[in-house]
Design a protein around this ligand. Sequence first.
Ligand SMILES: Nc1ncnc2c1ncn2[C@@H]1O[C@H](COP(=O)(O)OP(=O)(O)OP(=O)(O)O)[C@@H](O)[C@H]1O
Length: 337
Amino acid sequence: MHAALNLAVDARELVKTYKGGVEAVRGISLRIPAGSVFGLLGPNGAGKSTVVKMLTTLSAPTSGTATVAGHDIVREPNAVRRAIGCVAQESGVDVQATGRENLMLQGRIYGLRGRELNLQTIELLDRFTLTEAADRLVKTYSGGMKRKLDVAMGLIHQPQVLFLDEPTTGLDPEARAEMWEQLRELAWDRGLTILLTTHYLEEADQLAQRLAIVDRGRIVIEGSPDELKAELHGDAVTLELAADADAERGRDLLGSMTVVEQVALDGRVLRARAADGASAVPGLLGALDAAGVTVAAVTVARPSLDDVYLRHTGRSFSEAEEEAGRAKRQDRSAVAA
Ligand SMILES: Nc1ncnc2c1ncn2[C@@H]1O[C@H](COP(=O)(O)OP(=O)(O)OP(=O)(O)O)[C@@H](O)[C@H]1O
């Protein structure tokens, strides 16, 4: 068997330049093995939705090629559409209909009828714990329930690849955690391939086996969340001292210890890097105590995806989000002018 057959998505150098010259995607390649969850992570405006639009045949690439479930997105768009499910950022549900009606209608659009349609609907309502609410109008649903119905609708025709654009934006933490659990189950139990876009670092970390960080239309780095974090050596150890007067002595003492890679002073807070933070802490506390330096609080943190983002783009995720927000506002005022 040809290795490429096991790739649910195989995109090569996709480029999208919108009319007016916005270079939304500037050469993105993705190889997503069947049965895995892949995350495209990036701030608003990075180009994630545009990649999804091209892969789901809604927007033609300016250049580059891609296959989805083995079908070419430009030459075989109908075959691609049959093989995929799409859940867009904006909900497609009809709020004046019930959950069950929405699912049945969506199924009919895909040619499902009779017993098969009924069984699929019942199974999806059950999977997304919507059975009790199935015959209520969707306008009475909570945000989380609506989002679950959106995802269920994307699955009615049993696609091989599911595209989820920002699956949990706007959900409260509880609904978000429930959605994560359901998506994990779909991928791990049913072997569905999922490509999700997100601007939540935690979401990518929780769900994706592999992820690509996208910034200004390009992939800046790709790997498993752990691989990306392992690139940054050492845990961050933060020690808050009881007295300002001890700060410099504390810093010099830590700086002389071999387990500490870097130490910086910020007021009476000492920030150090250590290869294995948890096992270094008792030694650090012992040395400070012996020198008469009292520690009020200590924390150890593993490197986060935020640190990874910062290292590869030169700005923090929240800075990038703010920048994207500013650009959007400028676009709007330019249009209004
Ligand atoms: N139809 C369009 N015409 C012109 N420019 C567009 C169009 N759609 C998107 N863009 C621009 O392309 C860039 C990438 O947008 P895209 O929606 O792909 O980003 P994103 O990472 O998905 O962000 P978001 O999460 O906000 O959707 C942005 O600068 C956006 O303003």
